[in-house]
Design a protein around this ligand. Structure first.
Ligand code: DGL
Length: 263
């Protein structure tokens, strides 16, 4: 069996990290595992998420991956430590990219708005990260669970989405802000949408590049010049529309896995 890296998310958010990983580590073989049967993770308890993650590890173990990337901030804050204690598999987590947003030398006095799921927003891990990097209390946190639902339904624009986002953001004066951190991989699909609705000086920051850099430091790279393979597994069958969307978004031939491949 070929050596592979598993990229995990509760659904299609982590596909944005998979695309980045394919670009930065083209020779690696990837399996994407999306637990869309149980999405959203962001409204679940840590215990529930940890149980689901045990199942993920059980499913991917036969592939003997060299690393598991949690392309999911929620799975990272709830389960990364739990999984590292329990399994030998190297686990790369993803945390909201607050630090790069804060240290950017431009507009040092301005604030940073973090958008995340409820589970990430209320996590101990996030408060620890904030107390380490945000000495001047310049980060505000806004949970945005509806965006996960919109992304899973491939709704990337339109009046319903616009109204929902406007309503959530209407109390913020973006003149006081310099950056918005996309602290949930599902939200990364909305970069163009956020650029459209936010003032042009607002920087959009996400954790994909930092996570894949961390992955590249932790693996023994696959040698050779040839491009690696990409397989995708979802725990619940996806619609033909979503399959087509992903085939257009992912710049390589996809091998689709079903539950039989997981046995
Ligand atoms: N994409 C995930 C994250 O980065 C979680 C979304 C969800 O399942 O609620 O947090």
């Amino acid at each position: 069996m070929k050596e592979c890296i598993v990229v995990f998310d509760s659904g299609m958010g982590g596909i944005t990290a998979l695309i980045k990983a394919m670009e930065m580590l083209p020779q690696e073989n990837f399996i994407f595992y999306g637990d869309n049967k149980n999405v959203p993770y962001g409204t679940k308890s840590y215990e529930e998420i940890q149980k689901l993650m045990d199942r993920v590890i059980e499913d991917i173990t036969p592939f003997n991956p060299k690393s598991l990337v949690l392309a999911c901030n929620t799975a990272t804050v709830s389960s990364a430590e739990y999984l590292r204690k329990k399994y030998k598999l190297p686990i790369i987590g993803m945390e909201p990219a607050i630090k790069p947003a804060l240290i950017d030398p431009k507009d040092q006095d301005k604030r940073v708005l973090l958008l995340a799921t409820e589970a990430t927003s209320h996590s101990k891990k996030l408060s620890q990260l904030i107390s380490n990097v945000d000495k001047e209390s310049r980060v505000d946190i806004l949970p945005m669970p509806s965006l996960v639902h919109f992304a899973e339904n491939l709704q990337f624009d339109g009046p319903e989405l616009m109204e929902d986002i406007h309503c959530l953001l209407s109390s913020y004066d973006f003149n006081d802000y310099k950056a918005v951190v996309l602290g949930c991989t599902h939200f990364i699909w909305y970069i163009d949408f956020f650029h459209k609705i936010l003032p042009p000086h607002i920087q959009l920051v996400d954790g994909n590049v930092g996570t894949i850099r961390q992955l590249s430091r932790r693996i023994v790279p696959t040698s050779g010049q040839e491009k690696g393979s990409v397989s995708i597994y979802f725990t619940k069958t996806i619609t033909p529309e979503k399959k087509k969307f992903l085939e257009e978004a992912i710049p390589r031939k996809i091998q689709w896995l079903d539950s039989n491949s997981m046995k």
